[in-house]
Design a protein around this ligand. Structure first.
Ligand code: NAP
Length: 292
């Protein structure tokens, strides 16, 4: 069994990006600039946004964090999105989800200029991904593809089972792994809460990807000997041994499953760092696509 180490792979990507920044600085060219809008104080969202800002600092990208109180009216947020769309110094930006209930997330996503939508959530970018037109692929699926590719995981002709069909992880990932490209060319099964005989289906997977949000859901009896297992799940669970009082748990029972696998990604330190690395790659791409 080998670890699909997202921390190591993401660090390599950050290093490559920092080299690009150094080179651009030497040539007097623009440095990529990522902005993030954070609404409220949700612990998970604050942690993710801080990690994104920290990654920018490490690489040498410029970053701008815009914070609003939970009670920010939708029109103020939409006006800010419009201002960022028009701000030539900003190459890409994200609006950290989830947003408070009084704000329509879909309206906000649609308001973002697809050319600056480095999270890849806008329908234009989802459509471009489907048609293999240059654009932005959602950060988590893109990060998983990068993790597989950089660790030389063979995907061609493999049976791949993805559990979870969200628009930000499972569904786009099913398209990427199924497309006629490398990495890709998998035979993909996209499973969800209505799937019958899930354990049996998982047992046939050469590549098993869990994006459910239920700690320890995938147990050893569901996994084929020698399978590649990617754990996307990140759920905060109570842990009195931690100063914070919680820890992140994946969807896979790591202790039980790992010995059966050829490769397995841990939580934390697997898909999470790759998501942030992809966001950084998308930010550079946003600048390059504009010909800067
Ligand atoms: N590491 C990262 O960077 C990263 C990024 C994004 C998300 N995540 C994590 O990934 C997990 C999934 O998040 P998400 O936003 O992709 O999904 P989501 O919107 O929370 O939806 C969960 C998916 O799991 C399916 N599901 C739930 N219970 C199931 C069961 N018992 N059997 C089979 N399928 C089941 C649901 O099926 P239905 O469609 O039928 O309801 C749904 O498709 C969460 O833990 C999230 O925190 C991590």
């Amino acid at each position: 069994m080998q670890i699909l180490d997202g921390k190591v792979t993401a660090a390599q990507i950050r290093l490559e990006l920092s080299e690009v920044v150094k080179e651009r600085k030497l040539q007097g060219k623009k440095i990529p600039h990522l902005a993030a809008i954070l609404v409220g104080n949700d612990g998970g969202s604050v942690t993710y946004v801080n990690a994104k800002v920290k990654a920018c600092e490490e690489i040498g990208f410029e970053s701008t964090l815009i914070r609003y109180d939970d009670s920010v009216p939708e029109d103020i947020l939409l006006a800010k999105v419009q201002a960022l769309n028009e701000d030539k110094s900003i190459d890409g930006f994200i609006v950290q989800l989830p947003l408070p209930a009084h704000i329509d997330e879909q309206k906000v996503t649609l308001a973002i200029d697809p050319k600056k939508d480095v999270d890849g959530f806008h329908p234009m970018n989802l459509g471009n991904m489907l048609l293999d037109i240059p654009g932005f692929i959602c950060a988590t699926p893109a990060g998983i593809m990068e993790l597989l590719e950089r660790n030389n995981i063979e995907t061609e002709g493999k049976n791949c089972v993805i559990i979870g069909r969200s628009n930000i992880v499972g569904t786009p990932l099913s398209l990427l792994l199924g497309r006629n490209k490398s990495p890709g060319n998998c035979t993909v099964t996209l499973a969800h809460s209505r799937t019958q005989h899930l354990a049996e289906i998982c047992g046939n997977a050469d590549i098993l990807i869990a994006a459910i949000g239920q700690p320890g859901f995938i147990t050893a009896d569901m996994v084929k000997e020698g399978a590649v297992v990617v754990d996307v799940g990140t759920t905060r669970i109570e842990d009195p041994t931690k100063i914070s009082g919680w820890r992140l748990a994946g969807d896979v029972d790591f202790e039980g499953v790992a010995p059966k696998t050829s490769f397995i990604s841990p939580v934390p330190g697997g898909v999470g760092p790759m998501t942030i690395a992809s966001l950084m790659m998308n930010t550079l791409k946003a600048m390059e696509l504009k010909g800067k």
